[in-house]
Ligand binder design. Structure first.
Ligand code: ZN
Length: 192
């Protein structure tokens, strides 16, 4: 199966530079799904999923990465020592942080992604644009299966950015991460 994985070979500092449309064209010429949203801000929504209708700006991605790294510092992971931070952007342009929180009763822990979603949902947010997830892993680490299913409850048109310690990122849509997902519509009885 062809992979749609896209690597952002830049740091947030690079993102903060104002690439011109031509520079973007050159830099991301192989990406057929780029959407440049306007000259007023630098859009790197070329990294957004082809299945996404989100139009996230470079500033918002930078904020997501910063907040995910910030949240990672609050991780409580004394058992695995696998510290994770997440930052979620809602369609109302609010940001929510979360970190993984382990527990002596190991199954009682929660992942950073679900922690961030829980905070946002508690505030009444129900539409989500993107989430960034920061780990110390050498490889790009995408959400676990439980989190993919959890997040899919609110739609799979969500850009999932994974961030390494060196601040490099990769992005996939939740649709790509969880195809053929089980969703609320499955629970509706079929019409006969
Ligand atoms: Zn998880």
């Amino acid at each position: 199966m062809a992979s749609h994985l896209r690597t952002c070979q830049y740091t947030p500092d690079e993102v903060k530079r104002n690439f011109t449309a031509e520079q973007q064209e050159e830099r991301f010429s192989e990406n057929k799904h780029r959407r440049i949203s306007g000259p007023q801000h630098t859009s790197i929504s070329g990294f957004a999923s082809p299945s996404s209708t989100t139009d996230i700006t470079a500033d918002q991605i930078n904020q997501l990465i910063d907040l995910a790294l910030e949240a990672q510092k609050k991780s409580y992971a004394p058992y695995s020592n696998f510290k994770v931070g997440a930052a979620l952007l809602t369609d109302t342009n609010n940001f929510y942080k979360g970190c993984n929180i382990e527990n002596a009763s190991l199954g009682a822990g929660i992942c950073a992604e679900r922690a961030a979603f829980s905070r946002a949902l508690t505030d009444g947010e129900t539409g989500f644009t993107a989430i960034a997830i920061a780990t110390d892993s050498r490889s790009f680490t995408f959400p676990c299966g439980i989190c993919r299913q959890f997040m899919a409850e609110w739609g799979t048109d969500l850009d999932v950015y994974v961030v390494k310690r060196d601040r490099s990122t990769q992005v996939l849509s939740l649709e790509e991460l969880l195809p053929h997902q089980f969703s609320p519509k499955e629970l509706k009885p079929s019409k006969r």
